[in-house]
Design a protein around this ligand. Structure first.
Ligand SMILES: NC(=O)c1ccc[n+]([C@@H]2O[C@H](COP(=O)([O-])OP(=O)(O)OC[C@H]3O[C@@H](n4cnc5c(N)ncnc54)[C@H](OP(=O)(O)O)[C@@H]3O)[C@@H](O)[C@H]2O)c1
Length: 277
């Protein structure tokens, strides 16, 4: 690993903005990546309320901050202050990364593409013609539905506690999208938990969003929850002999895509992965 450059007048700044943000893994992940690339950049965190979102973008512009990662509750609130949006950010109505393009500040959304890259690159999963089920219809689910719909899958079925939100999420996949009830899980090749069920609870005690009877050994079962990494759903996946994929890969790849937007360089994924744990 390259040694850390000392902070000086040339040091470039990037940061995560949101609230609460002090628990974020982004500073550890990004500083490790900058250091490994020998870049004179530092990454910090700014606690920003929703009301202050436009001012924080104005500050980025005025201070020459190179990049922002954007987390809850600012993903929509920053949008009016930006100069333009990527197609994904516009479709999702949510920005998780702000990059400079010349003098312009551009909003991107790297979450869904991060998951697809992780499945393909880390796990060697070919998504072509796969029947996919996404559990949940919140911000993470919507980004995953959109990214899957552009990855050659056969269809994307959205299952959510609140059916009206499921319809909105499924519409992001256009003609490939539909909604269903939980039984549809048994017909899927790829099952992705994008609900917060299982968050903060270890596998032995935690809840799963799916009864184990609906899972089988030929499936790829993905949990976006990454705290803890081993969830009750992934324990079920192992029990039935399915391929189990945790949320770390998405976390790392969405950060890597942000790094690429800011610097036009490719980060060391292994360094980022180690820093994320
Ligand atoms: N690995 C990564 O990089 C990554 C990135 C982003 C998010 N995540 C994880 O993904 C999860 C969702 O995040 P988000 O930002 O999309 O959250 P969100 O916008 O708040 O959406 C939460 C979703 O979970 C559903 N839900 C919550 N409690 C439920 C319950 N008890 N039973 C059934 N459904 C329930 C909600 O259903 P309703 O619509 O009915 O309320 C909604 O669909 C979180 O665990 C987050 O940590 C991981």
């Amino acid at each position: 690993m390259a040694s850390s450059p000392s902070i000086d007048g040339e040091t470039q700044l990037a940061a995560v903005i949101g609230s609460p943000v002090r628990h974020s893994r982004s500073p550890a992940i990004m500083n490790a990546a900058f250091q490994a690339a020998g870049m004179n950049w530092v990454f910090t965190a700014f606690e920003v309320s929703e009301a202050d979102a436009p001012d924080s973008v104005a500050a980025m512009r005025a201070l020459g901050i190179r990049g922002f990662s954007v987390t809850m509750p600012l993903k929509a609130a920053v949008m009016p202050a930006l100069d333009s949006l990527s197609g994904d950010a516009e479709a999702l109505g949510a920005v998780n990364c702000i990059a400079r393009q010349g003098d312009a500040l551009v909003g991107h959304n790297t979450d869904g593409a991060g998951l697809v890259r992780s499945l393909q690159l880390d796990h060697g999963i070919d998504l072509a013609d796969k029947r996919c089920v996404v559990l949940g219809a919140g911000g993470a689910a919507r980004s995953v539905v959109l990214a899957l719909s552009k990855s050659g899958v056969r269809n994307v079925v959205v299952i959510n506690r609140s059916p009206e939100r499921a319809e909105i999420a499924a519409s992001l996949a256009g003609p490939l999208g539909s909604t269903a009830t939980l039984e549809a899980v048994q017909d899927a090749d790829v099952v992705i938990n994008a609900t917060s069920v299982g968050m903060g609870k270890d596998a032995a005690l935690g809840d799963s969003p799916v009864p184990v009877e609906l899972l089988n050994s030929s499936q790829v079962i993905v949990d976006l929850v990454y705290k803890p990494l081993r969830t009750a759903l992934l324990a079920q996946a192992q029990e039935v002999g399915a391929t189990a994929v945790d949320g770390l890969g998405m976390l790392v790849h969405q950060a890597a895509l942000a790094f690429e937007h800011w610097s036009s360089l490719t980060p060391d994924l292994e360094v980022m992965r180690r820093a994320a744990i």
